[in-house]
Write a protein that binds this ligand. Structure first.
Ligand code: GLU
Length: 464
């Protein structure tokens, strides 16, 4: 039974990289009918905030990454960590170290001065036959893990292949602070163990923690999970993705008019591929997803491609849903929308050409907000010939059936009768009826604006 987890630290919003890690963990669990666990790693009291927890939960929910268990909060599991800590000490796998911070710093300086790699020298590490220093009365000890000194730690990383680290590289890690609180790597180990995690899928910034975590798991007699370390996401300039490259918080994409399924689809392709497939549903992604196809090299975040993916999803989206999503963007700018035309119909007309909901909202505005064209704009487009032709068209438009083909035919007939070229009629018509020079096809635009309004505007300006 596959069990994966997403284990964010609530020290900011859910960012693009975190969301992709969550997506991969989620998809892997779903692919195998397994379980996806959410765990909030909130033990860094200075940097963790409840607002960040909310932001992460919101981001997960917007992206539809539903978890089967959790959220578990590490701060609520302190008694359990302390229990395991005591077990390790009792079994001789961990020990109290009374070296003060200053003492350790001096130790390190001396090592550096001697050209050695700074590390804890094991002075409080119990060994057979070794006499430990006198316990100082004024020092609260830390607990250190007794890391093996011989051999190496190796694992077959499902993304990166075999990784092997010599134990000589690893000193005895502090697993509890002087106040008794457990440290980061220790909590992760206890959680992955207790939560029966079978696959740890996380960013490759954690590769260095893995040998330490494996050694602790072994000391606990735990079954080791498989590890898969996913390469970082870079900006177009090859630097690690950060605010400089634009939005990194997932919820900012909601504000910028992206559909969650488009962002998911884009993230899925960031460092993972199934042939040349670009546009696919979550269900399809889950069916295809495997850890072996995760790329070993870092992916580059490409905002243009994300917009393109979003455009494909907008094009295919249901009109009513689009209307619901676009309405708030519009109302923020121009207040409550008139009931007519139906926003869903406007969406149908516009959705082929927008790459974000904001672009859709901007394009839709002309149907709800009208500014009488000023004299200059009119003078530019409304020639005397056009004026006359449009007066005749106005008459026509009062008589026809109000549907797209009839409107189209009426405009066409007006063009033919006037002997003018189409744009010479269509441009002033747009300016008068919509107040702008750019609209979707003129017949569809008139249809949606509605006969009464169209006639009123034409008559208002042409004086017919
Ligand atoms: N809490 C860690 C982070 O946010 C992840 C730890 C893990 O996945 O093992 O980077």
């Amino acid at each position: 039974m596959i069990r994966t987890r997403f284990a964010p630290s609530p020290t900011g919003y859910l960012h693009i990289g975190g969301a992709r890690t969550a997506l991969f963990s989620y998809a892997f669990a779903r692919h195998h009918q397994g379980t996806f666990v959410l765990r909030i790693e909130d033990t860094d009291l200075e940097r963790s905030t409840p607002e960040s927890v909310d932001a992460i939960l919101q981001g997960m929910s917007w992206l539809n990454l539903d978890y089967d268990e959790g959220p578990f909060y590490q701060m609520q599991r302190m008694p359990r960590y302390k229990e395991v800590l005591a077990q390790l000490i009792d079994a001789g796998h961990a020990y109290y170290c009374y070296a003060s911070k200053d003492e350790v710093e001096i130790m390190r300086e001396q090592q550096r001065a001697a050209g050695l790699k700074p590390r804890y020298d094991g002075r409080w590490r119990p060994e057979a036959g070794k006499v430990l220093p006198q316990i100082p009365a004024d020092i609260q000890p830390v607990v250190r893990f007794k890391n093996p000194t011989e051999g190496s730690v190796a694992w077959h990383d499902v993304v990166k292949g075999i990784i092997e680290i010599s134990n000589a590289e690893l000193d005895d890690l502090i697993i509890a602070r002087p106040d008794g609180t457990p440290t980061y790597n220790f909590c992760v180990v206890v959680d992955d163990w207790d939560m029966n995690i079978t696959h740890v899928i996380r960013g490759d910034d954690h590769v260095n923690n893995t040998p330490r975590q494996i050694n602790i798991l072994k000391a606990l007699g735990a079954t080791l999970p498989q590890y898969g370390h996913v390469p970082m996401i870079l900006g177009a300039d090859g630097e690690r993705l950060s605010k400089r490259h634009g939005a990194v918080g997932v919820m900012q994409y909601l504000d910028e008019g992206f559909l969650p399924e488009a962002l998911i689809n884009y993230l899925a392709r960031l460092g993972w591929a199934h042939g040349d497939e670009e546009i696919f549903s979550m269900a399809q992604f889950i069916a295809w997803f495997n850890l072996e196809s995760i790329s070993r090299s870092p992916a580059k975040f490409n905002p243009e491609k994300l917009r393109w993916v979003n455009q494909q999803y907008i094009k295919a989206a249901d009109n009513d849903r689009l209307a619901d999503l676009v309405r708030p963007f519009m109302e923020k700018q121009i207040g409550p929308l008139a009931a007519s035309p139906a926003l869903a119909e406007v969406m149908q007309l516009l959705k082929d050409r927008a790459s974000t909901l904001i672009e859709l909202a901007d394009a839709a505005k002309l149907f709800y907000q009208y500014t009488t064209p000023d004299a200059e704009l009119l003078a530019l487009h409304l020639t005397p010939e056009a004026h006359q032709a449009l007066q005749q068209l106005t008459q026509q438009l009062t008589e026809i059936d109000w549907h797209k083909e009839a409107i189209h035919d009426a405009v066409k007939a007006c063009v033919t009768a006037s002997g003018l070229k189409m744009p010479k009629i269509a441009m002033p018509l747009r300016v008068i009826v919509a107040g702008v020079t750019q609209t979707p096809s003129i017949d569809a635009t008139l249809l949606l604006i509605g006969r009464e309004t169209v006639l009123a505007r034409l008559q208002g300006i042409l004086g017919a």
